[in-house]
Ligand binder design. Structure first.
Ligand SMILES: Cc1cc2nc3c(=O)[nH]c(=O)nc-3n(C[C@H](O)[C@H](O)[C@H](O)COP(=O)(O)OP(=O)(O)OC[C@H]3O[C@@H](n4cnc5c(N)ncnc54)[C@H](O)[C@@H]3O)c2cc1C
Ligand code: FES
Length: 347
């Protein structure tokens, strides 16, 4: 099945363009419709980036000469002032003429992360976990290098690119994702149509969601399929707890969903949390059954109950935008500094 992404701008230009990075003595070619960031990576030229998707703004470069086209006009990192300053997102822009660009950031903020690599992932298995929620296991034929919590960008065909967070640990030739199907929406519908044995191009890893070292308590907050990233990070902490790195760091995992059937991987999360010396799992259900021992309400309700004792923690949050926005507002209202918060908003 081929699904064209209705949100993506068509680029009629058929000419490759040359991009020169002012002050660096380097230049690279961009194929028609190709993203500046992808072309630079293909040429082995470093440009700053983080999410690869249009939400963080890290990849903004200044266009000194030439013109570009924004491929996704609704990208949340686009600022109305960018046009005047001729600042463009390298991850969401393609040149329509030869370009000269200036890269503001001189230090490479991505050196502590594994480099982004293009893979073809072959679907090995799909495991249905709950109503319209499944785990997809892809073989990538090479060792997967990423930090638990980071995401991949899957090319689901005809310009349909979507982000999915890796749900397992790196180091094997398999990557897995926990995803939800949203009826009538192109990306998730297409993912659920991928047949076993079919290959899907994917780039990984992207993103800033990964555990920071230190002794501070860790708070992991998942809403819905945000459990994908949070499960990977909890499993990583459980692995560290079994090794020499174990220092009994307090770990609180908060996980919210609508109903029990949507609280997928609850038992897996429970086992990983239980193997920590100081691990705590808190659940929140909107529609809770009579024998539910957790919180009835949103995941933020559960988090708010415990937050007074956790203000010195590092916070990692993943889930749909209403959930991440509510969590960020709660943390801000409780005086948690932004440098203690890392999050992925799944929208
Ligand atoms: C960092 C990150 C990690 C994610 N991890 C998971 C996960 O583990 N599991 C999971 O189920 N979902 C995850 N998502 C959400 C997932 O990427 C899709 O948004 C979701 O599957 C719905 O896609 P859709 O096409 O069905 O819906 P749509 O509503 O059609 O699209 C989803 C969203 O993608 C954005 N978008 C669409 N096209 C573009 C584009 N070209 N460039 C930039 N943004 C665009 C729009 O804001 C839109 O709201 C993640 C999202 C992000 C950003
Ligand atoms: S906005 Fe381009 S890398 Fe995040």
């Amino acid at each position: 099945m081929t699904t064209v992404d209705p949100l993506v701008v068509d680029v009629p230009d058929a000419t490759p363009h040359r991009v020169t990075v002012v002050g660096s003595g380097t230049s690279f070619e961009v194929l028609p419709g190709e993203r500046l960031l992808s072309a630079a990576r293909r040429a082995g030229i470093w440009l700053p980036f983080e999410c690869g998707w249009g939400s963080c703004g890290t990849c903004k470069v200044t266009v000194v000469e030439g013109e570009t086209k924004l491929l996704y006009a609704a990208a949340s990192a686009v600022d109305p002032r960018d046009g005047r300053r001729r600042r463009v997102l390298a991850c969401q822009s393609t040149p329509t003429a030869d370009l000269k660009i200036r890269v503001a950031q001189s230090s490479d903020s991505s050196t502590s992360r594994p480099p982004v690599v293009d893979h073809f992932g072959q679907l090995v298995a799909r495991e249905d976990l709950g109503p319209d929620v499944a785990r997809f296991r892809f073989s990538i034929g090479a060792e997967a290098a990423y930090r638990p919590g980071q995401h991949a960008i899957l090319d689901l065909g005809a310009g349909l690119r979507r982000c999915y967070s890796m749900a397992g640990l790196p180091g094997s030739s398999e990557v897995s994702f926990i995803a939800k199907r949203y009826a009538g929406r192109p990306g998730s519908e297409r993912l659920f149509c991928v047949a076993e044995g079919e290959q899907v191009p994917m780039e990984l890893p992207y993103g800033d969601m990964f555990l920071r070292e230190g002794d501070d308590p860790v708070v992991l907050v998942a809403g819905g399929t945000g459990v994908s990233a949070i499960l990977a990070m909890t499993t990583q902490l459980a692995m560290l707890a079994g090794g020499a790195d174990h220092h009994g760091r307090a770990v609180h995992v908060f996980y919210g969903a609508g109903a029990t059937s949507e609280l997928v991987c609850w038992d897996e999360l429970g086992r990983a949390t239980a193997s920590l010396r100081n691990g705590h799992l808190h659940g929140a259900l909107l529609d809770a059954p009579g024998d539910w021992h957790g919180t009835t309400g949103f995941v933020t309700t559960a988090l708010a109950e415990h937050l007074p004792g956790l203000t010195d923690a590092m916070f990692y949050v993943a889930g749909p935008p209403p959930m991440t926005n509510a969590t960020l507002a709660l943390l801000r209202d409780n005086g948690i500094e932004l440098d203690r918060i890392h999050y992925d908003s799944f929208g």
